[in-house]
Design a protein around this ligand. Structure first.
Ligand SMILES: [Zn+2]
Length: 281
């Protein structure tokens, strides 16, 4: 029997998703918020005081320890119309911070910046570390310049234009879509849930475009009021902030949270309105 002239068709092949994974993976970063422990603890206790009584000492001790831990999430480079020098902006979620704010006690970007130093790790330097070309994972410093305590969004601006002196390779910035795709359309999420697991890619279908957060069963300790899109994709804690991409590679959501079956993304209308208010689109 003659050998086949061409490869057998592969029904599981997915050229678009593969292209997007390859093209957009360097758009996604690992974000670490390094706290000033005393300041975080002070604000946390202001927002959510621990009442005197049985167990109070243990809860205070646990909070004391937690407030010193770095918080991690996923972020992505945002395409923004800024004048030179082109500062790089990373969009992520506000709930990556400790519960140092809520609906009744919103904070400003300056207050968040007073408590945290955001640090970014890019895909290229992660790969250099994994390949043994770098001894340590090398992060670059940013600053919190915008926060929405209603819509769970936060913007980090990197200190140096074009990340000069950190990484000279291309970090394709993602554009925010104009319109949300129809229900049941396929979408893709690119996340970085923990160091060593960059470019984690998942595909799913939109199961509902517009859920109201206050009517969902999950906890909402920050009191967010944003509307959320529901997608049949599973997610995990460190993936918060991951971009949800449509078939054109444009952002249609930012991962807020999920259960074991579906995930919820900050709605496209909220993202667009918030970024417009900040002059970022
Ligand atoms: Zn890079």
């Amino acid at each position: 029997m003659d050998p086949p002239l061409m490869e057998a068709p592969n029904d599981f092949g997915n050229p678009l998703a593969r292209w997007m994974h390859h093209h957009c993976k360097s758009s996604v970063v690992y974000v670490e918020f390094r706290p000033n422990q005393a300041r975080v603890l002070q604000e946390w206790n202001n927002v959510d005081p621990i009442a005197q009584g049985p167990g109070a000492a243990e809860r205070l001790a646990a909070r004391d320890e937690q407030s010193g831990a770095a918080m991690r999430c996923t972020g992505f480079f945002l395409s923004v119309p800024t004048a030179p020098p082109h500062r790089i902006h990373v969009l992520t979620v506000a709930h990556a911070l400790h519960p140092v704010f809520n609906a009744g006690f919103p904070i400003t970007a300056a207050q968040a910046e007073w408590m945290y130093q955001p640090w970014i790790l890019c895909e290229h330097l992660e790969q250099a570390f994994l390949d043994g070309d770098e001894q340590l994972r090398r992060f670059t410093r940013g600053h919190i310049v915008n926060i929405s305590c209603q819509n769970d969004l936060l913007v980090i601006q990197l200190t140096q234009a074009h990340m000069a002196g950190y990484c000279e390779q291309v970090h394709w910035p993602l554009s925010v879509a104009q319109r949300f795709p129809p229900c049941t359309d396929s979408v893709m999420m690119l996340s970085w849930p923990e160091v060593g697991r960059s470019a984690a890619t998942a595909r799913g279908e939109i199961s509902h475009p517009d859920r109201m957060i206050q009517y969902l069963g999950g906890r909402n300790p920050f009191g967010f009021t944003t509307r959320l899109s529901e997608v049949g994709i599973r997610s995990e804690q460190g993936s918060s902030g991951a971009p949800l991409l449509d078939g054109w590679g444009e952002v249609v959501g930012v991962l807020h949270g999920g259960n074991t079956v579906v995930s919820f993304f900050v709605g496209l209308t909220e993202i667009r309105n918030t970024l417009m208010g900040w002059g970022l689109i």
